[in-house]
Design a protein around this ligand. Structure first.
Ligand code: NAG
Ligand code: NAG
Ligand code: NAG
Length: 420
């Protein structure tokens, strides 16, 4: 356990980068509530003893445990289900957020798999004229760590005019697993905040997106997220659009799928999906799983992973935890087709491999070829049989639509690129 520490000179990742908004089609009207796009950074820290697969599996267990605790009304005891010590997430997507007036700048993980926004893991929170302390404590456990602290209401400025005067935030007095970042910008479904406050255990905490919508800053309660593949460790190559989508970031149209009714995927950005390898090898029959920016890999149920391993000829690599293939197997590697609500999304052979330029950073061999499809750690029929993590989202634009309870995907300029 580490206590929150004093001011840490966090890198000014985003402060000098601003993206132009898409041009308005109607120049005579000032559209104050058009979608607003903000850049965000991808940050990599492989200095710890990082095993990507173990980190992702721990997260999957924590997500499932949280949903089950919520459904049963029992207190969450993630420690009981996660025996694997996991420190930091290796790869993170970071937004720069200002809190208070005068503001303190925080670098927050963007997380669609949780819904609390909290600060103070590294840079200390400073109370200002806009800060109001409530009588609640707040705590959340993640696969990669946990935090506990106090609830404050404060002014939160995400940038580009996206200001929430009265946002509930957690201020960490204790956190584990969040070295080098300040906390989380939770953009999952609001129901996931249930049980995180105490004593107000039944109070839901409106997310940043919910508040931007209810106060009229954005006219649709949805987010569009653009990730891009990269072969360098740290880069600003993501964009999140609040209240709409950025058509410059995707090609064709967005295919939507309703949030699945299957528990526990239904508690998250969950969808039904099937996965096929090549022309006709079924990897996963239609089943429920989730879309999650906090997961690195594409995780599929253990039995599905066996089918994928057989189809590709891959072997387990002990150092990285990933599947490994030979150059000859890579030359023969077929696309994976993810079918979601009748639309098929092709994850090419190149998109199925870890960027080779980053092999050594994850404990791998520079000349090896590692696959980004990994074992979820449970068999099909669990109600959460896959996680489309950001290695998938780097190839498809994603839309998280709270109002219509649906998730969307679209192809991008990177869907078929061979960057890896
Ligand atoms: C925010 O809270 C303060 C203090 O409770 C209140 O004066 C103010 O009207 C609130 N602002 C909004 C926009 O709700
Ligand atoms: C990177 O991870 C290591 C080990 O988990 C941690 O001690 C260190 O503080 C992290 N550094 C940054 C800059 O995040
Ligand atoms: C998803 O799959 C489950 C199980 O097959 C099915 O009951 C459900 O109707 C499907 N669709 C949605 C939106 O949940």
């Amino acid at each position: 356990m580490v206590e929150a520490v004093e001011m840490f000179p966090a890198a000014a990742l985003l402060t000098t980068v601003l993206l132009a908004l898409s041009a308005s089609a109607t120049p005579l009207v000032t559209i104050r509530d058009s979608p607003i796009s903000l850049p965000f950074a991808r940050k990599t820290n492989f200095t710890g003893s990082v095993n990507l697969l173990k980190a992702d599996q721990a997260r999957a267990k924590a997500l499932r445990a949280r949903a089950e605790a919520k459904a049963s009304g029992l207190a969450l005891n993630v420690d009981a289900v996660i025996n694997e010590p996991v420190d930091n997430q290796a790869v993170t997507y970071i937004a720069s957020v200002n809190v208070g007036s005068p503001p303190t700048n925080f670098q927050l993980l963007i997380d669609t798999g949780s819904s609390n926004t909290w600060v103070g893991a590294t840079t200390r929170y400073t109370q200002t004229s806009t800060s109001t302390r409530t009588s609640n404590s707040v705590s959340v456990t993640y696969g990669s760590g946990s935090f506990s602290g106090t609830e404050f209401i404060d002014r939160v400025d995400i940038g580009n005019g996206l200001v929430i005067p009265n946002q509930s935030i957690g201020v960490a007095s204790r956190s584990t697993g969040f070295d080098g970042v300040d906390g989380i910008l939770g953009i999952g479904p609001v129901d996931l905040t249930q049980g995180t406050l105490s004593p107000a255990t039944n109070t839901l905490i409106p997310t940043v997106t919910d508040n931007l919508f209810s106060q009229g800053t954005i006219t649709q309660n949805l987010l569009g997220i653009s990730y891009n593949p990269t072969t360098v460790l740290d880069t600003v190559n993501g964009e999140i659009t609040w209240g709409g989508t950025d058509s410059s970031k995707f090609t064709g149209s967005i295919g939507f799928a309703p949030i699945t009714t299957t528990f526990p995927a239904s508690e998250f950005w969950g969808i039904n999906q099937s996965i096929r390898y090549g022309a006709s090898t079924s990897i996963l029959s239609s089943t429920a799983g989730i879309v999650d920016t906090g997961t690195t890999l594409v995780l599929i149920a253990s039995d599905a992973l066996s089918r994928y391993r057989s189809a590709t000829g891959a072997v387990n690599d002990a150092n990285t935890g990933l599947l490994r293939i030979t150059a000859a197997q890579f030359a023969n590697l077929q696309s994976l087709f993810f079918t979601v609500n009748g639309v098929s999304y092709e994850l090419t052979a190149n998109a199925q491999i870890w960027p080779r330029a980053l092999n050594t950073a994850i404990g791998g061999n520079a000349n090896s070829i590692y696959l980004i499809v990994g074992d979820l750690g449970s068999t099909t029929g669990s109600g959460l049989d896959f996680i489309n993590g950001y290695t998938f989202l780097e190839r498809f634009y994603s839309v998280f639509d709270t109002t219509n309870r649906r998730v969307g995907f679209a192809t991008t300029a990177n869907t078929h690129s061979t960057v890896n």
